[in-house]
Design a protein around this ligand. Structure first.
Ligand code: 5GP
Length: 262
């Protein structure tokens, strides 16, 4: 890891130069942050769990034809990804009112929305990732009209697929945040265009996941709201997805994840 050139350090991940041109290594840290990094903690094993869960989700999405930046998992904390230019938007898809939507619109958390809603936030930590309208995206040129159409269509397909996937393991997908990037398309003349691909990660850090029967939160809200047992909840998601086998002790789980590694 230290031999590689660091390209970028975010709140939960580090990007290093990859072994081939056009690739990067995405390293999952144990750091947890909330409320624009005003709240911070280290959660032992979170990075390992998110690496595995995101690998699982990205691999399944690729199988249904969603283009992603994911190439392969390298080890317990790292994955090889395609280098993309990140589109500076957070795309949020909601099925049930929660979080900022419940607060902003005065809807009780847990109320099912009449239909899935796609929202956009500008990726600007210094501004607290503000909610924006599609008009802003057009006016400021953050994405082209066709990129926006592709992002919305992909987000809704991802939502349909993930809702089904999580329903199969007794979990409700309340909402999630995804990011997209521009992957260069090249031929012998050089770069001739770009393809919009799913980037970043999909994990309990970026989704709200509630147990179907009890509404127990199995996601980062456990950290945001001081509910405790954060990695235990992530472990439960990984276990139900069939990614890891043990679920007794947190340490046992991490050992099980590690022993599955290459
Ligand atoms: P809300 O806008 O209600 O805070 O978040 C909606 C959904 O997007 C939640 O699933 C939340 O976890 C995710 N989300 C929103 N902003 C961020 C962010 O900056 N980082 C991550 N990891 N997830 C986010």
């Amino acid at each position: 890891m230290s031999r590689r050139k660091q390209i970028y350090e975010g709140k939960a991940k580090i990007l290093y130069e990859g072994p081939e041109p056009g690739t990067l290594v995405q390293y999952f840290k144990d750091d947890a942050t909330a409320f624009n990094a005003q709240k911070k903690a280290i959660l032992d094993g979170k990075g390992v769990l998110n690496n595995r869960i995101s690998e699982f989700v990205m691999t399944h999405l690729a199988e249904i034809g969603i283009p992603t930046h994911f190439i392969k998992r390298l080890n317990m904390r790292e994955q090889l990804i395609k280098k993309v230019e990140i589109i500076p938007l957070e795309v949020i898809c909601r099925n049930v009112a929660a979080g900022t939507m419940a607060k902003r619109l005065g809807i009780e958390e847990g109320e099912k929305l009449p239909r899935s809603v796609v929202e956009f936030c500008l990726k600007r930590d210094d501004l607290g990732d503000p909610l924006i309208a599609e008009e802003h995206i057009h006016a400021f040129g953050w994405a082209s009209s066709s990129e926006l159409d592709e992002m919305i269509a992909m987000t809704l397909r991802i939502n349909d697929y993930l809702q089904g996937m999580f329903a199969g393991i007794g979990i409700k997908l309340i909402d999630f945040k995804i990011e997209f990037g521009r992957l260069p398309i090249s031929n012998e003349d050089g770069v001739v265009g770009h393809q919009v691909v799913l980037a970043d990660e999909i994990s309990p850090d970026s989704c709200r996941l509630w147990d179907r029967e009890t509404n127990k939160k199995l996601d980062k809200d456990r950290f945001r709201r001081d509910l405790g047992e954060v990695t235990e909840a992530y472990t439960e998601v990984a276990t139900r997805l069939g990614i890891i086998k043990e679920q007794n002790q947190h340490n046992a789980t991490i050992l099980s994840v590690v022993s599955n590694d290459d």
